[in-house]
Design a protein around this ligand. Structure first.
Ligand code: FES
Ligand SMILES: [Fe+2]
Length: 387
């Protein structure tokens, strides 16, 4: 592991022009994965869901993250809480049959201990006579969370620096999109039998439009026109100028024809309409902001070569209310699926390639700066949280 760690720091320390990929083993070695999980994911903020998924008192979601079974819930006082799903009696995971919905409280199926939405114990039958049972000590454990632009993050590290502090710069840059006011119109889980870095790296760089998305995205957002924007440590941001082709389609749409879009979010400035943004809040959220919506990926590691991947499409209610918007959605979803499947097919090929005897570290294009930013982030985490 020492050799890999040295190589990680070497990658992260390289200046523009001499940057290379991480050693292939870091994408499949189980021991490296264990280290990475302990030093990176266990010590940072992890994206779990969006506030629009918890619209009312009692709305809940089940999320498993780093083997921790969690409820995200809106409690009796409209607060979002991140609670353990583990019963305080004998440790049953109280996951309900449906893993999202609305509930009055949580009931353990084993002996019917019940809990309020706040996590406090409501009732535990037939416990009279136990001298060590103290209801006030039996609330479901609550985990530290933060809500950033409507996205709910959790951390298991009591010393993690507040997320809002780290992301300050992003707030101004993204404010016109009003991400917290958007609603999730589609959420899907996808098989991702590869390392989490493969998923993140693919999302954060735009160089691959030239090959993977040669017919879908490249004509609209060509690889050779995009720029890496400065972004706070632990985040990345690309700016893709909207090509002539893209703008022509928008004009076409404004004239009332076509189904390729829902119009522009009211409040976006002219500068916002000129380009689309690809961003990440490492290590678990990546997002793509265009004029009428946000695509967000939740990327949570489940093993050295397995990742829990959930995609979200978020749209403002006001755009959904516009005439004809509903009818356009199936085609819009199809468009997303097209380029997403292009990525997935490619990543499957890459996963096999990285494990080959012949796999080596390769040179990065200057257009792949976000991959180096991920290396720098990882290297920082290893130095700070190393043994
Ligand atoms: S384990 Fe939950 S009530 Fe017994
Ligand atoms: Fe892609």
């Amino acid at each position: 592991m020492e050799r890999l760690e040295t190589q990680l720091h070497d990658c992260a320390g390289r200046p523009q022009g001499s940057r290379i990929t991480l050693p292939p083993e870091t994408y499949y070695d189980p021991d490296w994965f264990t280290l990475e999980r302990a030093r990176v994911h266990e010590t940072d903020w992890l994206f779990l869901g969006h506030v629009s998924e918890l619209p009312r008192e009692g709305s809940y979601l089940c999320v498993d993250v780093l083997d921790e079974p969690l409820f995200l819930v809106r409690d009796e006082e409209a607060n979002v809480r991140v609670l353990s799903r583990v019963c305080r009696h004998r440790g049953v995971d109280m996951r309900p049959e449906t893993h999202a919905g609305r509930i009055r409280g949580f009931v353990c199926p084993y002996h019917h201990w019940s809990y309020k939405l706040s996590g406090k114990l409501r009732n535990a039958p037939l416990m009279d006579g136990s001298e060590v049972f103290h209801p006030e000590n039996c609330a479901l454990p609550e985990f530290r969370h933060e809500i950033w632009n409507g996205f709910i993050f959790v951390t298991f590290d009591p010393d993690a620096r507040p997320l809002a502090e780290r992301l300050g710069h992003f707030d101004t840059r993204l404010s016109n999109w009003r991400l917290a006011e958007m609603g999730v119109v589609r959420k899907q889980d996808w098989p991702a039998p590869w390392n989490w870095k493969v998923m993140v790296e693919n999302f954060v760089e735009g160089y691959h439009h030239i090959g993977t998305h040669a017919r879908s995205l490249e004509p609209i957002w060509p690889a050779n026109t995009h720029k890496t924007e400065s972004a706070p440590a632990g985040t990345t941001m690309l700016r893709f100028p909207n090509s002539e082709d893209y703008l022509a389609r928008r004009v076409h749409r404004e004239a009332g024809a076509g189904t390729d879009g829902l119009g522009a979010i009211p409040g976006l400035a002219d500068a916002d309409l000129e380009a689309s943004l690809v961003l990440s809040v490492l290590p678990s959220l990546t997002g793509f902001l265009v004029e009428d919506r946000a695509y967000v990926f939740r990327i949570l590691p489940t093993g050295p070569e397995s990742t829990s991947l959930t995609t979200y499409e978020l749209i403002h209610e006001e755009l959904l209310q516009a005439a004809g918007a509903e009818a356009k959605l199936p085609l819009e979803f199809e468009m997303f699926d097209t380029f997403h499947r292009e990525d997935l097919a490619l990543l499957a090929q890459m996963t096999g390639g990285l494990k080959a005897r012949a796999a080596r570290q390769g040179a990065l294009s200057p257009f792949e700066e976000p991959i180096w930013q991920l290396q720098r982030y990882l290297s920082g985490k290893f130095r700070k949280n190393g043994a």
